[in-house]
Write a protein that binds this ligand. Structure first.
Ligand code: ZN
Length: 459
């Protein structure tokens, strides 16, 4: 009997081999070898664990089935004991994992692995039954299993985390394509904690994944200034989605569905709510949108270097009203439009240096000064969206060092961006609000259950 390991593996274990490549295949092989060994020792009345790794001999090709035993699982052990009393050697086959790069076609990739053109063509033709090879994306991986002579035995593709495609050689000449869909189960996970030095540390200390933490910061970014408003002893709660496969293995994290920050004793809950199919937003317990028309801080990672109000002017040297806030940042740091609007000024503006002003809906304008340069394409009359880059930090005009001077103007007068009561965001209509209330109650009940669970596991 030849010792070629099979490419045909029960669909479940097969999946993991596909995802993890070589390493797992070796584990599968050693299980197989181990099973064979125990089979040799135990002989035909082998235990269940062997029966579950059933070996079936079909013309030198073995199938490892993840399903319960076939009718006569022991037959092979006897046969192999007779035919080959020594340990089988690992299969002389190669697994090639290839990453799709720009300009690659599936055909060119298979050929580059050394497979003969006709064979590659047959495999791709078989594949078309379940997958269009033109759907390959740059960065996607394909795994090829080749025999010693570069005959293609199996090809695996993972078009998405829930879908796997396999083309396997059915007999010497025929390829067949298979599609496996993994059903993902949605789970909710809850975490809460007390903030010591930062929300980041507190959340990571409670195993909140980074993607969830990023989302948490983002949904509060209109309301909370994380660099300045967080105090020791503040608290957070978060409930988020986790998608697991049917073996309860984590596949990916999902959305935050509920969060609460308690800052200096004031609770700020947020609930995820689908306004329209596919369009979700976060709302507080009274149905007010978390997203506001203006950002208080239209820059990332900057340090507040000067507040709004009377101060000694660093350049002019006398007391002067500071009508904006300054954020120190490196030259070239991107500056964002604080809200949707239209550019009404772009150019030099005296002591402001390179300056942009945006008119927003209602009575608000925002202004940005001392820029090093403007973003290409940003001109008077351009429409901009909240968060869009409009220019870069610099030190033009009356400035002692690179920083953004940011102003919010209400009816033409500068107001303090850090304390101004922000205009509210989307208002839910009467019907939507009723729906939201039902959703909120539903989430509250879910969260109450999760909190109980959380308390038990932490005890
Ligand atoms: Zn300033």
């Amino acid at each position: 009997m030849s010792e070629r390991a099979s490419g045909t593996i029960g669909s479940e274990s097969f999946f993991y081999i596909g995802r993890n490549g070589c390493g797992t295949l070796q584990i599968a092989l050693s299980v197989l070898v181990g099973g064979l060994l125990i089979g040799l020792i135990a002989g035909p009345g082998a235990s269940d664990s062997i029966a579950n790794n059933t070996l079936e001999s079909t013309g030198g090709v073995r199938h490892v089935a993840a399903q319960p035993a076939l009718e006569q699982p022991q037959r092979l052990f006897v046969a192999s004991a007779v035919a080959e009393p020594e340990l089988p050697k690992p299969a002389p086959e190669k697994i090639r994992s290839l990453k799709v790069r720009n300009g690659d076609t599936l055909m060119s990739m298979i050929l580059s692995a050394g497979v003969a053109r006709e064979e590659a063509h047959d495999a791709v033709t078989a594949l078309r039954a379940v997958y269009d090879p033109r759907d390959l994306r740059v960065g996607q991986k394909i795994h090829l299993t080749l025999s010693k002579n570069d005959n293609l035995k199996e090809m695996l593709l993972d078009p998405s985390v829930i879908r796997q495609i396999a083309v396997r050689r059915d007999d010497a000449t025929l390829f067949r394509a298979f599609e496996t869909k993994r059903t993902l189960n949605r789970r909710l996970k809850f975490a809460r904690g007390v903030i010591g030095s930062s929300l980041y540390k507190a959340a990571v200390g409670r195993d909140v994944p980074l993607s969830v933490l990023t989302e948490l910061v983002r949904i509060y970014s209109w309301d909370v200034d994380f660099q300045r408003e967080i105090q020791k002893g503040d608290r957070f709660e978060v409930a988020y989605e986790r998608f697991v496969d049917d073996k309860a293995n984590l596949v990916r994290h999902g959305k935050v569905i509920y969060a609460k920050l308690v800052l200096s004793g004031a609770a700020k809950p947020l609930y995820r709510f689908e306004i329209k199919p596919g369009r979700s937003n976060y709302f507080d317990d009274r149905g007010r949108s978390a997203k506001r028309p203006l950002l208080r801080t239209p820059i990332d990672g900057a340090r507040l270097s000067s507040r709004f109000g009377k101060r000694r002017h660093p350049v002019l040297g006398y007391n002067k009203m500071h009508r904006g806030v300054d954020f120190a940042a490196r030259t070239g740091t991107p500056i964002y439009a604080a809200g949707d609007g239209v550019i009404v000024y772009r150019g030099r503006n005296g002591g402001y240096g390179k300056y942009i002003r945006i008119r927003h809906a209602g009575r608000y304008n925002t202004a940005y000064a001392h820029m090093s340069r403007y973003r290409k394409g940003v001109a008077v009359g351009s429409r901009v969206r909240q968060g869009q880059v409009i220019g870069y930090v610099g030190s033009t005009g009356r400035s002692t060092g690179p920083h953004l001077h940011y102003e919010i103007l209400s009816n033409g007068r500068q107001v303090n961006p850090l304390t101004v009561k922000m205009p509210s965001g989307i208002k839910l209509g009467r019907k939507a609000f009723a729906k939201f209330q039902a959703k909120r109650e539903n989430i509250d009940a879910l969260v109450a259950g999760l909190i109980k669970e959380f308390e038990i596991t932490r005890r």
